[in-house]
Design a protein around this ligand. Structure first.
Ligand code: ASP
Length: 583
């Protein structure tokens, strides 16, 4: 037997017991006559003590140990004279009477400790060493717990976990597909699924009225920060449901996860907000509502005072930053530069400062102090507050204010990671017009149904009408991050065909790409809808981390590479020939 206990298990009540432990040497401290060894496994760290009185052989072996050696140690549990209150096993140590090196180790390229000295790239190359560190172990344990609790809840709700294929047909809509050449059908390709969307809908047609899967999805996108080319969804679909059924069921899932994984009881119903309200009040379709600082429109309030910028703007609005009137000129200049960055794209920033010695503003050439007071009143601003104002085209300016709102909250520390504010956002626009390609794109995906009351507009020949159609779609937002999205689907073959028509597909194209699902809808498709959650992101949020990479055992880097495997990589000519890619 390699071990009687783990390295995280022994406590004072074990005092006097003979035990055997196995694990990795985290650290060896040689204090003259005594050697202390920190022995680590995934359960914790236990101190081994080799003293003058230990057997000669043990002392000798102890002298040869290096970091990350795999060893087995037998001995007696004794009470420590010098207790370590920072670790659960800190009251005891093992007086070692047998020590075996199970495998020696080269010196690791970085320290395998909570705070490692290794850079990101180096740690990624030796991911298996990085994974020994306890922050990563906690992350993967959290992920495991989440997965188990998802299964427990959905199983209890009579969902069936059903696997869907990874080798499918390429139907890019949204992101680019990863493709896989077929050896048996030269010149033809499979694609890896961006999500199991069509399969889960076919399962509804097949009568499996509650489906879920914790499933890998693949998207060949230009990688923005913290995106992975392969990531995991909790993918779900239900038949004979309306939006309300879905929101209730998955609010239940979220509450179950909060309770069982974090011990957080969320008694209230989650707030709900329409997309239009989210844009109007927060300048964002996934608002962080842990703090207020809402947008206020003042387009009408500021016109007519000969300030050309406000007079000509489609939209003028701002946010009131509580208690920030002390912002200095320099800080405001810096904020102005911040909003002018291309990502934000504002032309300038106006402010009203409600300082103790009076109201001050960057636009006081145009507005009397009484007028400024009136503008401030629109924000319910009080003394010591700072109002930040942007103006320009409506949507763009709202979005810029939304970004500024988040930036101010970050600066003021209002986004606390142990505070959770879930939210449903619903009634998104169905379509987005793309000026470059001169066509509509589905905002969610082409299987999302229009709101029933918008069907007449959906069939209108006028693009302006079509652009106004709302989708029966919803997102689940947590702390300003969208972690779930779904919709009630189209289940009528004719409506689905119209959707492809609106998206600019010819009949033949629609038939070639999506014939299977249009056909399926002719054979008794029940009303259905679903949702998918970004599992990696949800884990990271529960872990209080910004990055999802720590919650994936073997992630890719920012350039989509696996630096440990050094993939992607070239393949040899024989393989290329076999695949019919090269002659
Ligand atoms: N398949 C969708 C997605 O990946 C989610 C859904 O509509 O259920 O975004």
């Amino acid at each position: 037997m390699y071990r009687t206990h783990t390295c995280g298990e022994l406590r004072l009540p074990h005092k006097g017991q003979e035990v055997t432990l196995a694990g990795w040497v985290q650290r060896v401290r040689n204090l003259g006559g005594m050697t202390f060894i920190d022995l680590r496994d995934r359960y914790g760290i236990t101190q081994l003590a080799v003293t003058e009185d230990s057997p000669e052989k043990v002392k000798e072996t102890a002298g040869t140990l290096g970091r990350e050696f795999v060893i087995q140690a037998a001995g007696t549990v004794i009470e420590r004279s010098n207790k370590n209150t920072r670790i659960p096993t800190g009251e005891i140590e093992i007086a070692v009477n047998g020590l075996t090196v199970l495998n020696a180790a080269d010196t690791p390229p970085f320290t395998v400790e909570d705070e490692s000295d290794g850079g990101e790239e180096l740690r990624a190359r030796y991911r298996y060493l990085d994974l020994r560190r306890s922050p990563l172990q906690s992350a993967l344990k959290l992920r495991h717990r989440m997965a188990q609790e998802v299964r427990a809840y959905l199983d209890f709700q009579r969902f069936l976990e059903i696997e869907t294929p990874f080798l499918i047909k390429s139907t890019p809509e949204g992101a680019r597909d990863f493709v896989v050449p077929s050896r048996m059908s030269p010149g033809e390709f499979y694609a890896l699924p961006q999500s199991p969307q069509t399969f889960k809908q076919l399962l509804m047609v097949a009568g499996y009225d509650r489906y879920f899967q914790i499933v890998r999805c693949f998207r060949d996108e230009d990688l923005r920060a913290d995106r992975q080319p392969e990531f995991t969804q909790i993918d779900c679909e239900m038949a004979f449901v309306e939006r309300e059924d879905i929101l209730q069921t998955f609010e239940g899932l979220a509450k179950h996860l909060f309770r069982s994984v974090l011990g957080v009881e969320l008694a209230q119903a989650f707030p709900r907000m329409s997309y239009a309200d989210a844009m109007r009040q927060y300048g964002c379709d996934k608002p962080d509502i842990r703090f207020d600082m809402r947008l206020h429109e003042i387009t009408g309030n500021v016109k007519g005072k000969n300030f050309a910028v406000f007079d000509t703007a489609e939209y003028t609005g701002g946010i009131c930053v509580t208690g920030a009137a002390g912002y200095t000129r320099k800080q405001l200049d810096e904020l102005t530069e911040w909003v002018k960055r291309p990502q934000i794209g504002a032309k300038g920033l106006a402010y009203i400062r409600l300082a103790a010695d009076g109201i001050k503003s960057s636009v006081d050439k145009f507005y009397t102090s009484g007028e400024l007071q009136q503008i401030a009143a629109a924000f319910n601003a009080r003394q010591d507050d700072l109002i930040l104002i942007l103006s320009g085209a409506k949507k763009k300016t709202q979005e810029a204010l939304g970004s500024l709102r988040m930036e101010m909250a970050n600066r003021l520390g209002l986004r606390k990671s142990n505070d959770f504010a879930p939210l449903w956002v619903y009634d998104f626009p169905l379509l987005e017009w793309d000026a470059e390609t001169q066509r509509f794109y589905a905002m969610h995906h082409p299987f999302t149904s229009p709101k029933p009351e918008d069907l007449p507009k959906f069939y209108s020949p006028d693009k302006a009408d079509i652009a106004q159609v709302n989708a029966n779609a919803y997102d689940f937002v947590l702390n300003g991050t969208e972690i779930g999205g779904g919709s009630i689907r189209i289940h009528d073959a004719k409506v689905q065909q119209r959707m492809f028509e609106v998206l600019g597909f010819s009949k033949e194209e629609a038939e070639y790409k999506f014939g299977f699902i249009i056909n399926a809808f002719r054979y008794g498709a029940p009303p259905h809808g679903g949702i998918a959650f970004g599992f990696d992101r949800w884990c990271a949020l529960f872990g209080g981390q910004e990055t999802i990479r720590d919650y994936i055992a073997f992630p890719k880097n920012n350039a989509g590479r696996d630096v440990m495997l050094d993939a992607p990589a070239k393949i040899d000519d024989v393989q290329l020939k076999e695949l019919g890619i090269k002659n």
